[in-house]
Design a protein. Structure first.
Length: 251
């Protein structure tokens, strides 16, 4: 985040503050004095309520002096505790002089967890928030949700709709571990046919042809997939058969 896009000064007008919020698209501002010391926060909702009560756009911005923040020497657990509240969407990070050094959004924090990134409160990774918004991916057979996207492991929760199936495929650069969570079906692994039922664990070695079929006409088949390897690109999916005509395309 560019901090200047989220800072307004205590002598700024409501109109100036609204323009700043319109620019940053996040709905909040951190209020500082001229010495850069943080005094409080204001949100788009706070300003709206102030105007309803009779304030004018040329009036000086009001702000809340009671707000959630952490210091730059606080632990990761401190940040985790802040985001336990559904009402908290961002947390300012202050130094020992109460100056603003960073801001963490809830989506940015969730992105750090999803990607298992190293935590450095003074130098947070650049997380594109749309990565988190789009972590549920639709497919012709159902959908999957990514739960971890680290360097040497990825994990998903995969839902296969009734009477649908994944393609017969293999991977050269990763192995997979499946645990059936709910539903019924069958798993094809090379020449074997394995019953897919709740609690079933299946190991898919690198280079092994495999697919899963939901044989139910009513219920979804849900399973967890953990991928281990050094590459997880979609171009490592080699298809042999596909119900949806995607033999030459990615999954």
């Amino acid at each position: 985040m560019k901090l200047e896009n989220y800072i307004v000064y205590d002598d700024s007008s409501i109109l100036e503050s609204l323009k700043k919020i319109d620019e940053n698209k996040k709905g909040f501002l951190v209020v500082c004095n001229k010495n850069k010391k943080v005094l409080g926060i204001t949100t788009e909702g706070d300003i709206r309520r102030s105007l309803i009560k009779g304030s004018k756009v040329e009036d000086t911005i009001s702000f809340s002096e009671k707000y959630i923040f952490i210091k730059d020497n606080d632990s990761f657990l401190s940040l985790f505790e802040c985001f336990k509240s559904e009402k908290i969407n961002f947390v300012p990070i202050l130094n020992q002089k109460d100056e603003l050094v960073n801001i963490v959004s809830k989506k940015q924090f969730h992105g750090m967890l999803l990607k298992d990134m190293e935590y450095n409160i003074k130098s947070l990774p650049d997380i594109k928030e749309n990565e988190i918004d789009s972590e549920i991916f639709e497919r012709p057979w159902g959908f999957y949700k990514s739960t971890l996207l680290a360097k040497h492991v990825q994990s998903k929760i995969i839902t296969v709709f009734p009477n649908e199936e994944l393609s017969l495929q293999k991977h050269r650069k990763r192995e997979e571990h499946w645990i059936v969570i709910k539903g019924e079906g069958k798993i094809i692994l090379e020449e074997s046919i394995i019953v897919a039922e709740q609690g079933r664990y299946v190991y898919i070695p690198k280079g092994s042809k495999h697919k899963v079929i939901n044989t139910s006409t009513k219920e979804n088949l849900i399973f967890a997939e953990v991928q281990l390897g050094d590459y997880f690109g979609e171009d490592d999916i080699i298809r042999y058969e596909d119900k949806y005509g995607r033999v030459k395309n990615e999954i």
